[in-house]
Design a protein around this ligand. Structure first.
Ligand SMILES: O=C(O)CCC(=O)C(=O)O
Length: 281
């Protein structure tokens, strides 16, 4: 599988994202959906709230997806040969729930410096306007980090409802993907997503993010896996890949990782949003 073509790379550099990139077949994406729903059914609390993070640590199927060579080849075009996986998030919008994601820049709160990292958003179900696919403000990654209002608003899937105000929505692009396709986005692109008005779930497995081994976490501690190349910098604790679903040893390390992530997402905050799914940033 080739890396990104020079046109695709140019598009990523110009717009701050690139899509669609085919990763899984429709059937393979459905298998991943079944894996996620199996965990939800057998361990009902496991993927709720901050449990949406780091699920690749306890599921061999999701771990394998993070190491998918089609994803990594594309990543390599953007961040080079030494690639670490530093986390995953499930962005699930159930039908008839009020879940949305306000316009924001990932780099504003995520603490990964320098910005030699890229986020892979993999559609496990189709993602379209009706079910609340992402909207990208093309080219906005070229500006600095903008002011984010912390709104803690109901239904916002971001931990603190971080919002870039006055985004010209008519100038944003809908990121429509088929199940099994992915988009890659830049740390500073302004993006968000609306409500799911369909009758099915909208499920995304987001590798947030693939980082160059030179990238530090300046707000706290993260746990990584080597995806490609080597780690000459050794900034982060490496974790082992899971061999079986919900292995007690993996559950323990995931608990630690989530507790540390919580400190990054709620730095010095006295307020924690009441939501069914605080997940990131
Ligand atoms: O899934 C969504 O709707 C938003 C995801 C997002 O903000 C991200 O992956 O950075």
């Amino acid at each position: 599988m080739p890396k990104l073509s020079s046109n695709q790379l140019q598009e990523y550099n110009d717009n701050g994202y690139i899509a669609p990139i085919d990763v899984l077949s429709k059937d393979e994406a459905f298998e991943i959906r079944k894996e996620i729903e199996n965990i939800e059914n057998k361990w009902p609390n496991e993927l709720k709230g901050s449990g949406r993070n780091y699920v690749y640590m306890i599921s061999p199927a999701l771990d394998k997806l993070c190491h998918n060579s089609k994803i990594l080849n594309s990543d390599e075009s953007i961040i080079g040969k030494n690639i670490l996986i530093c986390g995953t998030t499930l962005f699930i919008k159930n039908p008839h729930e009020k879940g949305f994601v306000s316009f924001h820049q990932d780099a504003a709160y995520i603490g990964l410096e320098p910005h030699d990292w890229v986020t892979a958003w993999l559609a496990i179900t189709d993602a379209n306007e009706k079910n609340g696919c992402m909207r990208m403000w093309s080219g906005s990654h070229k500006d600095n980090i903008r002011h984010h209002e912390q709104k803690y608003d109901k239904g916002n899937l971001l931990t603190r409802g971080q919002t870039v105000e006055n985004v010209p929505v008519d100038k944003t692009t809908l990121l429509i993907l088929k199940a099994g396709q992915m988009s890659l986005h830049h740390p500073t692109i302004v993006h968000g997503s609306g409500l799911n008005k369909s009758n099915d779930r909208r499920i995304a497995f987001v590798i947030q993010s693939y980082i160059g081994s030179n990238v530090d976490q300046v707000l706290g501690k993260i746990y990584v896996q080597q995806a490609r190349g080597n780690d000459a910098f050794k900034y982060h604790q490496h974790t082992k890949r899971p061999n079986k679903l919900m292995d007690p040893e993996d559950i323990e390390i995931r608990k630690k990782a989530n507790a540390d992530l919580h400190k990054i997402f709620y730095p010095g905050s006295t307020k924690e949003k009441e939501t069914s799914s605080p997940q990131k940033k």
